[in-house]
Design a protein around this ligand. Structure first.
Ligand code: ADP
Ligand code: MG
Length: 234
């Protein structure tokens, strides 16, 4: 419980900072991108080493952009609209969105939805963001391909539980508590923000995320969210 509280304080501070910084960085980034394209157009094509420099510049700019984009999810100003939604549809849309990427990596995503699930009160765009982050992580830890299994079911009268199971590298026991910490990543080109954003969103839905993992076997992320969002006073 204490761990949970501490994490959420950090998240709030980071969230507020994120809004300001992300917007400030976006504008100069747009200018940079435009001028680099102009430069590339006028001097790029005849020198091979230049082509390589432009390639590096462009891919590093993309990296900055993905960090900014993940930060902006934390920053509230986008219209947040809680509404009654079909969680299975949100999940299936996400799976469809990532199907090309999965196929390219020899990965099947198998989804099983309980019949007659009630609609839940949630922010569909934000939940989709969580599913994207988790499915992407699952794809990224399965370089040799395999199966990702998604289930959506009622865990009790008041909650829906989503499980996302992969056959990836797994997470060592002592690293589990680092999940969701800002900038915690084990990937060379990772941002370490995807899970932080996901924890934040699920926390706002008064839900929770649990992880089960076995090194060399795979990982399952469980997201439990209330069907009807409880009121603020707890
Ligand atoms: P990123 O994907 O940019 O590294 P995330 O916040 O999405 O950032 O994930 C943080 C870290 O958590 C990852 O770098 C990885 O070490 C670990 N992780 C997350 N999902 C999985 C998974 N499905 N299997 C193994 N490790 C995972
Ligand atoms: Mg990630």
């Amino acid at each position: 419980m204490e761990e949970q509280l501490r994490k959420s304080d950090t998240l709030n501070v980071v969230g507020e900072l994120a809004a300001g910084i992300a917007h400030e960085i976006r504008n100069p980034m747009t200018a940079l991108k435009g001028f680099i394209q102009l430069l590339q157009g006028s001097i790029g094509s005849d020198r091979e080493d230049y082509a390589m420099y432009f390639h590096v510049i462009t891919s590093e700019l993309k990296r900055i952009e993905s960090i900014i984009t993940e930060f902006l999810v934390l920053a509230k100003p986008q219209a947040i609209q809680y509404q009654q939604s079909d969680i299975c549809k949100i999940m299936q849309d996400t799976i469809d969105l990532l199907s090309v990427q999965a196929t390219m990596h020899n990965i099947q995503i198998e989804a099983r939805y309980d019949d007659h699930l009630p609609e839940i009160y949630c922010e569909p765009k934000q939940l989709k963001q969580v599913f994207i982050n988790m499915l992407k992580n699952a794809i990224e830890v399965m370089p040799k391909g395999g199966t990702i299994t998604v289930t959506v079911e009622k865990s009790d009268e008041e909650h829906i539980r989503i499980a996302i199971r992969d056959q990836g590298c797994g997470i060592p026991q002592d690293k589990l508590k680092k999940l969701g910490e800002p900038f915690y990543t084990t990937k060379e080109r990772g941002t370490g923000l995807g899970l932080m954003v996901s924890y934040k969103i699920i926390e706002e839905h008064k839900g929770k995320i649990d992880v089960e993992s076995e090194v060399g076997v795979g990982t399952t992320f469980y997201i439990t969210i209330p069907i009807a969002l409880q009121s603020e006073d707890e």
